[in-house]
Design a protein around this ligand. Structure first.
Ligand code: ADP
Ligand code: 5GP
Length: 198
């Protein structure tokens, strides 16, 4: 564990990124179930609409534009980004992250590359992991099979994905999610071998 300026023990900070459809949520869910570490997922705020099966407060805190702006203006976010352009905002609550780390929880931020770079700059000890889908073709297949976005939104996500893949070398670890079990195991091993000495 490292220390902040007040010499308070802080648990590791984990940043997981990768293009939409790469498998981040699936991997994180499996990690929380099976990786034997005190992991916790940071619940981000977003202004996008919930997908079927998504619950407010569990998958995201779904906010209106006004609510999001109020949190932003109040300085509540560690980082916030308009991920896909066109008015969809996402943000990480700073207080949740600090509280969890002080309580010994290894907090996972599942955030886009832009937000990740901001947080990593201020927290160079963070364990940063990029989930790579293998190829853009595979990414497209997964986004279509997931069936949660309109055609226009899928195309927008693929366009953004091309740029996001260029950020992979900026992460300390790259995990290719071809076989899901292997990817989950690899991420768990990365955490176990880096958590004590980040
Ligand atoms: P993300 O959180 O990165 O947007 P998801 O976790 O929602 O991605 O995964 C996108 C889709 O791909 C989901 O339907 C998921 O079940 C599927 N998926 C995840 N990992 C794999 C894999 N290794 N092989 C095939 N499909 C996968
Ligand atoms: P989705 O809409 O598919 O759940 O997420 C879209 C993208 O937003 C993903 O790349 C995801 O990692 C990113 N994202 C989710 N929450 C946050 C956040 O709090 N901050 C940032 N910067 N990106 C986020």
């Amino acid at each position: 564990m490292e220390s902040d300026s007040n010499n308070t023990e802080l648990a590791p900070l984990i940043i997981i990124s990768g293009p939409s459809g790469a498998g981040k949520s699936t991997i994180v869910k499996r990690l929380l179930e099976s990786c034997e570490l005190p992991l916790e997922l940071s619940i981000s705020a977003t202004t996008r609409q919930p997908r079927p099966g998504e619950t407010d407060g569990i998958h995201y805190r779904f906010l209106t534009d006004e609510q999001f702006r109020a949190h932003r203006d109040n300085g509540d976010f560690l980082e916030y980004v308009e991920v896909f352009g066109r008015g969809t905002w996402y943000g990480t609550f700073e207080n949740d992250v600090t509280t969890s780390r002080k309580n010994g929880k290894w907090i996972i931020l599942e955030i886009d590359v832009e937000g990740a770079m901001k947080v990593a700059k201020n927290n160079p000890e963070a364990i940063t992991i990029f989930i790579h889908p293998g190829s853009l073709e595979e990414l497209e297949r997964r986004l279509r099979d997931r069936g949660t976005e309109t055609e226009e939104k899928i195309l927008r996500r693929l366009e953004v994905a091309k740029r996001e893949l260029d950020f992979a070398p900026s992460y300390k670890h790259i995990v290719i999610n071809e076989n899901l079990d292997n990817a989950v195991e690899q991420v768990c091993q990365v955490l176990k071998s880096n958590g004590g000495s980040t």
